[in-house]
Design a protein around this ligand. Structure first.
Ligand SMILES: Nc1ncnc2c1ncn2[C@@H]1O[C@H](COP(=O)(O)OP(=O)(O)OP(=O)(O)O)[C@@H](O)[C@H]1O
Length: 266
């Protein structure tokens, strides 16, 4: 559905990413990994059309995105920003209903169907009980779930999420990741998200795109990309990757830092 072909992105005189190619299909969850400042946000801004590309092409459903109207694009691609506190105390239900804007004609109000879709999105995330609460008076974790519900109400085919787990406690990080991978599977949505936690990708991603400081990248299955060598080269830390056999019979791979070997420059 979303294809990047030899994409160059950057600012003014400088390329930040070069010749980046990948495909995000229906039902896939792609985790974007990379150290601070490597270009993850730059890539998202370029995909969303907020920053012009400097070469190559982005295609959506086979058609270059430069040929899509803003409105068409917004019906296909949803964006979940990092949770923020807005100046106006809208209720959670109102914030989620705003996700329907791309489907409304100019000056029209949300219909009963739009409200039902917003209600379903609240249900999917298990936060219907927050409907009447003020968005400014809920916790950071709840706010993140509300922003995801707003994006679901938009009913996009592709969802771009900027660090959906930043500022969340340990439990909420795992809950948000579990929700997101379930939504990709059950709603056949292609989801691309950034995370600074390799274990999130090992546990939940179907693909990993790992950006490196020398403008190169690796893409593939999480088990193939997230190796001890990759983590050493990218983050300068020693880790061990272990196969975990869970009590319920499932297995997964997880990385564990070898704390004594983390080098701290004087
Ligand atoms: N508006 C801008 N103009 C020029 N350079 C910019 C601009 N915004 C970001 N950069 C530079 O682009 C590079 C990539 O930044 P970007 O914000 O995409 O990194 P990131 O991978 O998202 O980082 P982080 O993990 O810290 O959020 C950095 O060197 C940054 O200084």
């Amino acid at each position: 559905m979303l294809e990047l072909h030899e994409l160059d992105c950057g600012y003014a005189q400088r390329n930040i990413l070069e010749k980046l190619s990948f495909t995000l299909g229906e039902g896939e969850l792609l985790c974007l990994l990379g150290p601070n400042g490597v270009g993850k946000t730059t890539l998202f801004k370029t995909i969303l059309g907020l920053l012009p590309s400097r070469g190559g092409e982005i295609r959506l459903n086979g058609t270059p995105t430069r040929n899509w109207s803003r409105r068409q694009f917004a019906q296909w691609v949803g964006y979940v920003p990092q949770a923020h506190t807005p100046p106006f105390p809208f209720t959670v239900r109102e914030v989620v209903t705003m996700g329907r804007v791309a489907h409304l004609s100019t000056f029209s109000s949300p219909t009963r169907q739009d409200r039902e879709i917003a209600e379903q999105a609240l249900d999917t995330l298990g936060i219907a009980y927050l409907g009447q609460s003020s968005y400014t008076e809920i916790s950071g974790g709840e706010r993140q779930l509300v922003l995801i519900a707003r994006a679901l109400a938009q009913q996009p085919r592709i969802l771009v999420m900027d660090e959906p787990t930043s500022n969340l406690d340990y439990g909420n990080q795992l809950k948000v990741m579990a929700h997101v991978s379930r939504i990709a599977r059950e709603q056949n949505m292609g989801i691309i998200l950034t995370t600074h936690y390799p274990n999130h990708a090992l546990l939940y991603a179907s693909q990993v795109l790992a950006l490196t400081r020398d403008k190169r990248y690796h893409i593939g299955h999480p088990d193939a990309i997230i190796t001890e060598g990759y983590l050493r080269a990218t983050y300068g830390v020693e880790t061990e990757i272990h196969d975990i056999h869970h009590r319920d019979g499932n297995r997964s791979r997880l990385c564990v830092p070898v704390c004594a070997n983390v080098r701290v420059e004087a």
